[in-house]
Design a protein around this ligand. Sequence first.
Ligand code: PEP
Ligand code: MN
Length: 352
Amino acid sequence: MIVVMKTDATEAQILDVQKHIRELGFKDHRIHGEERNVVAVLGHVYPELVDELGVLEGVDTVVRISKPFKLASREVNPYDTVVRVGPVEIGGGSIVVMGGPCSVDSEDNVLEAARAVKAAGGHILRGGAFKPRTSPYAFRGHGERGLHILAAARQETGLPVITEVMDPRDVELVASYADILQIGARNMQNFVLLDEVGKAKKPVLLKRGISASVEEWLLAAEYILSHGNRDVILCERGIRTFETATRFTFDVNAIPLVKQLSHLPVIGDPSHATGKWSLVQPVGLAALAAGADGLIIEVHPNPDQALSDGAQSLTPKNFAKLIGNIRTLGNALGRPLAPPVEDEPVAVRRIG
Ligand code: PEP
Ligand code: MN
């Protein structure tokens, strides 16, 4: 349910409505609109509440939200959410590209990848220190040592860093290094983890689960938003279908659909969706043409030597080619590639 305030409602009236909501045992969530303020009422709302809140001073209308996801929905917040990460804006009308190795391996490789991403015009460095692997015998990441390496690469290049957190107990540690916390596809419905990143003071990139419907994905985002963390980025990374010729099936439909249903930024991951480096560019460009706010791409200086996902990793040269084509496409779409990150390093929180 949302309480839409009158355009001339005073601050005191809005605060009074919020206080009332809390006194009735619900959670309140304020949305500052361009024309008017809206207060969302969260919890098991009942129909009589429409009248109970409707009589308060400064209230224009009280509207029930039809969708099961509330804070994630455009019904509650019609304005596009822009997630700010250091100097980079995601969802602000320009295209943002994240690039880097699947897993953080050696410091030399990560630095080389980071320099290549930056030189090509990429905006954010990706790399996994804690890796979700199908087999327990596969390389599962360097853990905190990997976070040190990412922080060193950020310090040198100025690129903000995105990395996955898998365990609710690690959220504080990972958040002390990362600029964006990544929730992997396999953890999209790890509700305890979603609760923890909802409480973190860092943006969260939420990958769509391998078999998750769009509604389940947006309800997972709702977990994070409901804790007060408004900086959620959605990521379509392919879903499982009967087709085995590619690693997953990139659900291009989901991109414009989610942009209609939600105000949250959406990015595409053609690397995990296709599993083949030669398909990354065409599928990535399709995601952008469908309305994605950016891409996340696996890049490795020597894909053959990557400790995970080498087959889908672009070489620095192919990544630079992709960025060139994104630039052309972005201009045609009226959503240009976001400006390059300047040389000054973003605030480094912790370096080992
Ligand atoms: C990743 O981006 O490193 C990753 C493991 O992706 P996903 O969770 O989409 O499989
Ligand atoms: Mn990977």
